[in-house]
Design a binder for this molecule. Sequence first.
Ligand code: ZN
Length: 124
Amino acid sequence: MFKIDPIELEKHRKVADDFTMKYHLNHKHCPVCGSPNHFSTYVGYILKIDENCKVDESFKDENTVVCKCGWKGITHDLIPEYNTEKVMLFILLSPAIVIHFLFIWIPTQIIMWIITPIIKKSIK
Ligand SMILES: [Zn+2]
């Protein structure tokens, strides 16, 4: 017979919640237009977790999704969240990193390379 241990149950619930949260972040946006706003059916698909708290990674949410752009598929075909803020930050920061590297890091290295032997000589 099954013996339900509340601690085990809580652990399983947490694992299931974490997996579901990540799954929904990875399957959120329309693969055609990138929109997160679409119509979807709400059938619950069972997530299998074994006695060692390991999630069955082959889990597939097969709810039907219809996007405003006309795309139709299942939740599993949706793509991860596209983080515009992170992309913008990267675009803004990358020239700053290049400039920093060219005009600060490299000259510093050259100056250090020239100065170090002089300092070493003056110490002797
Ligand atoms: Zn779409």
